[in-house]
Design a protein around this ligand. Sequence first.
Ligand SMILES: Nc1ncnc2c1ncn2[C@@H]1O[C@H](COP(=O)(O)OP(=O)(O)OP(=O)(O)O)[C@@H](O)[C@H]1O
Length: 670
Amino acid sequence: MRRRLGLGFWTATCWIGLVLLAALLADVLPFARYDETLAGPPQSGPSLAHPFGTDGLGRDVLSRVVYGARVSLGVGVGAVLLGLGIGAPLGILAGYRRKAADAVIMAVNDVAQAFPALVFALAVVAFAGANLRNVLIVLGVLGIPSWVRLIRGATLTYAEREFVLAARVLGTRDGRILWREIVPNVAVPAASYAFIGMAVVVVAEGSLAFLGLSVQAPTPTWGGLINEGRTLMETAPHVVLAPSVVMFLTVLSFNLVGDRLRSLADVRESGLEPARQAAAFSLPTTTHPVRDCLLQVEDLRTHFVTPRGVVKAVDGVSFTLERGKTLAIVGESGSGKSMLIRSILGLLPGASVRGGNVYLSGDDLTTYSSVEMRSVLGPKLGTVFQDPMTALNPVRTIGTQVTEPLRVHLGMGRRQARAEAVRLLASVGIPDPARMLRRYPHQLSGGMRQRVTIAMALSCGPDVLFADEPTTALDVTIQDQVLRLLHRLREERDMAVVLVSHDLSVVARWADEVIVMYAGKVVERGPAAEVFARARMPYTEALLQAAPRLTDPVHHRLRVIPGRPPDLVDLPQGCAFRARCAYAEERCAIEAPPLFEDGHQYACWYPRDRSAPGTGAPSPIPLPVTREPAAEPAPAADEPATAPTPAPATGFDDEPATPVTTPRRSRKRS
Ligand SMILES: Nc1ncnc2c1ncn2[C@@H]1O[C@H](COP(=O)(O)OP(=O)(O)OP(=O)(O)O)[C@@H](O)[C@H]1O
């Protein structure tokens, strides 16, 4: 956390602490009082005795600035506490209770916010008297509407979160939920806004003082000092510069501290955000012989420099992929599957570092600029993401989203793009596609939305389609339809598919090749049937054994892989799987195994020997269940968004909903 707040935060905090301390200890500090006229000449410049010089009446400017801080910071702290004290309870009440309380509080709040703040402050102070108490009350009251709005927004966010619902389900009282669940979460944005609010109040007080409507002379305030020094700008600029610079630095510091505190509450910046030195960190890249294939990945590495150390999310992955083939990537959660895909596509978070090469039809994509990559993403590389709801923009129609890549990449006109979009939606099995173009994502069921994202990914005719767990967010009945669809489209378009999946039965059924990943590395790789029939690496064996089968006896214990995946920041020496491996020997702890070749590749010093069934060696592990799926039915045009069950089948199987020229394929399974 200390590193995430950064040097700026700590410098700003020290400055605020220094100013605050000086203001508190002003009476005991070794300088003259703010109103004491000194013996020396007035308007004298900075000296050792008077670091900020003296003003027009020969008074010590440093002393006046320090005493002025008492008023400025006092008003700042007081006004913020007043605003928070009244605004926070109202905001929490409005955000948590909603309904009538929310409507009344927000209506009054909106009216209050409509008042021009400075004019209101001027009028009240001029009428009630310019003194510390009145200025503090006016600025505090003016801050209340902003506090209400901020706290209400934060409360609304947390009131709908699962942990609050869970507390409600457990019968926890509202007061306790507010105090235990909501207030601690709202506290961080509130603390952040308190500092920013302090900066606003210090400036507002300075403005009032400048106009002579704050604490009256001889008590100094920063705004008043700037006003006094104004006339001496040419003869003694230090008189106006000293309070101005101190005020500027203090306001800047409040803003900086507030901003950094806000980032603590920001999920995007929490956890493992890359450290700054990532830019200076680079991975060596060597050149490789380019093979005659569609996609060639060589020694691909993706590392993140984090405050905890370097996370090796992808570490030296190589493979090739031919047209018309499906490559599956499997492995436990966190093994680097998604990062591998994002690394190939060049879609990595800002400060990550990539090494190695990605050749697409012989061209090295790692040498492409971001502009060049834009011309590849879409036309040559398509992607289908896990959750179709988040992959589609909820406020744009399906039509706008499907036609966009056609217009951007293929330069089609509006009408042509719409006609093509209709054809695309029809080809992925969406009934009444012309009407579908006018709908929004939330009006479609999960399966239909995934069909739309597949249509978008295919719109520019990519050579390789990356599907990152495309069925995880879908109902099990829809999963199979989507996989069948991908398979059919692959055959029709002669493209390659890279499929990430947790489901080994899916992989066993649809993939030609499989890569097993563990701790960012490939630990087994080869033809899917061969790898599943003769898994050599104990990790692959454990994955296969952990997959449930329909032949399992009822109520049997689920098999799990013991232990946990290693920490990618601190990988153990030798084989990364050794701590969880039942067959590990001494050598596994010393030396990391390379990829051995024996029919397929595996990284293990003591591989499982499945080459000789019936000779005492362990028998092949049965493949995970490959359900014989029902035919892929065409979803009805009016399929409700919340009902994933498809409409009665209309004879649609793995064939497109509208006739295309592709001949019907055999349904025989390998
Ligand atoms: N921005 C990041 N900064 C640091 N580490 C990251 C970042 N993003 C991912 N990682 C790490 O990279 C590793 C691989 O992540 P990845 O998302 O590829 O896993 P995965 O195998 O796809 O998992 P899942 O199946 O759960 O999606 C994880 O251990 C993760 O902690």
